[in-house]
Design a protein. Structure first.
Length: 251
């Protein structure tokens, strides 16, 4: 009986590569060689910065404080960061990207997201202005994606990845990582900024009306891995494992 229960439980567990939440995605998205993953035009940049810093940043600061009593720790770990980097975090809330953005504050950061997010009416235009980048699924499109992101990183941009790939709301452990973020870090010789999103029980008056947990975002010390004796593949593996352990230990 116990064995049958365990097998049934395993079957009910979602695929760790699949989002628990599924959205309506009726539109098409053509990620060919003409697609601009990171738009740099002056007009687009003006409206993007206006929306990001003038509207989203103050609104989300207040919203995340009210809804999640958001606390951000470890800002001192990136105060001297002036060049490009890769940031990574666990993916446990629909809007945890906004929390990462608030944590990294004025630093230039772009957020990678599912290709499907750019198939939602209106949302696709909004998140583009808010510096979202679709991760292509086709091999040919990935070539353009990698080339453009490499250039941005070398120009001092921070690219944020969710190495767990899928969104699992309020999950309190670190899941398996994919290689992508760490491959970018090794290839561009830049550090990884580990960020963990953790949960805590509401306190004070909040515990009277708040059923779900509040949130703390921790920025950990950047990690840069270099080993001239090792192959690129081995460096990616070692960096991934090192970041995984550090994030796991800080949950």
């Amino acid at each position: 009986m116990e064995k049958c229960f365990e097998e049934a439980s395993i079957e009910l567990m979602p695929d760790e590569n699949e989002d628990v939440i599924h959205l309506y995605e009726p539109l098409e998205l053509n990620l060919d060689e003409n697609y601009q993953y990171i738009k740099t035009g002056k007009i687009f940049s003006f409206f993007s910065n206006l929306l990001y810093y003038g509207v989203a940043f103050p609104v989300l600061t207040v919203l995340n404080k009210i809804v999640y009593d958001l606390k951000i720790e470890g800002k001192e770990n990136i105060k001297n960061l002036t060049a490009g980097a890769i940031s990574v975090s666990n993916h446990v809330l629909v809007l945890d990207c906004t929390m990462v953005g608030l944590a990294l504050k004025q630093k230039k950061v772009y957020f990678t997201t599912r290709e499907g997010s750019f198939k939602i009416p209106f949302i696709r235009k909004l998140i583009k202005l808010l510096r979202a980048i679709p991760i292509p699924t086709s091999l040919k499109s990935k070539e353009y994606f990698i080339k453009e992101l490499d250039k941005a990183i070398q120009n001092g941009t921070i690219i944020h990845f969710y190495p767990e790939k899928a969104l699992w709301p309020y999950y309190e452990k670190i899941r398996n990582f994919k290689d992508g973020a760490f491959d970018f870090a090794i290839r561009n010789n830049v550090p990884i900024i580990p960020i963990v999103v953790t949960f805590r029980d509401p306190i004070g008056i909040r515990k009277l009306f708040k059923k779900k947990k509040d949130v703390t975002v921790k920025i950990l010390e950047p990690i840069k891995y270099t080993d001239e004796r090792a192959s690129k593949k081995e460096c990616v593996k070692q960096l991934k494992e090192q970041v995984y352990q550090v994030m796991k230990n800080n949950m």
